[in-house]
Design a protein around this ligand. Structure first.
Ligand code: ZN
Length: 186
């Protein structure tokens, strides 16, 4: 999959961003089908997707198996290098503290995400780690890409989960209800 614009250049291109976010949304859809919280991510390097993944915490019994981490691991394996400088990470939901940590460790150049996560977001909502001048290098950030679609898939998932009355999720459900309020589409 190759397109002209280079999304890791730091230059914002709404067309390119929507193109890649659609792929991230398709990954999120795979998670929903497997009863995982639907979040999808991908890493783009020199106009090519070098890693893509969805949240697999339930399947892998792994608290680290967030979409972003799995996409970063796939990308690093593909490049044969843990350094992902020059790459861009797209994710449907604002990354958490752990994932921003991994993004910084991998030296990703740009982060582009869909909707905000008011409960755990570490880019804009709870923390603004990508703006902390003590951390270097820091990625540039673009938020609000296809935010309606990204929040809709999450809200739909949790509505369906409530309907199923899965007791194991009851705490999570009451806390997460109506959590993803999309911000203004850019
Ligand atoms: Zn995360």
């Amino acid at each position: 999959m190759k397109i002209q614009a280079d999304p890791s250049s730091g230059e914002e291109n709404p067309e390119t961003d929507r193109f890649y976010m659609k792929t991230a949304l398709a990954e999120a859809g795979k998670a929903a089908e497997r009863d995982e919280v639907p979040v999808g991510a991908l890493v783009v390097y020199q106009g090519e997707v070098i890693g893509q993944a969805h949240n697999r915490r339930e399947e892998l019994h792994d608290p680290l198996a967030h979409a972003e981490l799995l996409a970063l691991q796939a990308a690093s394996r593909r490049l044969g290098d843990w350094r992902l400088s020059g790459s861009a990470l797209y994710v449907t939901l604002e990354p958490c503290i752990m994932c921003v940590g991994a993004i910084l460790q991998a030296r990703v150049s740009r982060v582009a995400f869909g909707c905000l996560d008011p409960r755990a977001g570490a880019v804009e909502s709870l923390y603004r780690l990508c703006e902390d001048s003590r951390l270097n290098p820091r990625p540039s950030v673009t938020s609000g890409i296809m935010t309606e679609e990204c929040s809709r898939i999450l809200n739909k998932f949790f509505v369906r989960l409530r309907e199923k009355k899965v007791s194991a999720f009851s705490d999570q459900l009451s806390a997460k209800e109506d959590c993803w309020n999309p911000k203004t589409e850019r």
